[in-house]
Design a protein around this ligand. Sequence first.
Ligand SMILES: [Zn+2]
Length: 150
Amino acid sequence: MAANLARLAVSAQEAESPCRIKEGHTIEAEFLLGRRKFTTMATIRASCSDCGDVELTTQDVQVRICDDNNQGTYSFRCPHCRMTVVKPAETRTIDLLVASGVSFTTWRLPAELNEAHSGEPISHDDLLDFHHLMHDDSKLTAALAEFING
Ligand SMILES: [Zn+2]
């Protein structure tokens, strides 16, 4: 099968995430672009941190692009370990993935980021207090009544 080969390597820049990307880890995506339509021919080679290189089709990969800062990620479910892998990618990688037929969605940063905040940030102790409160119906009812009555 005659195929053009476009290869690119992108450095993962994000810190560890659920997909266990290590900082500075190099990912490699390889696109085999055949003579037919991209959407039916593209093979995407990506890597799972546990299983190594895996081959995927365009249907196996999803791209997400943030409308506010144009940062993109792609994700796939590893065909071997079934873990979902999410990786940050540079614009050129995102462009190649989308051009080869990978579906994409856009999202926006939460509006709460632009809100003015007052008071101290929520601490671990606050979360623990809330957790205990949620398990005690009488204290929860009292706290809600206090909140409603001001
Ligand atoms: Zn895997």
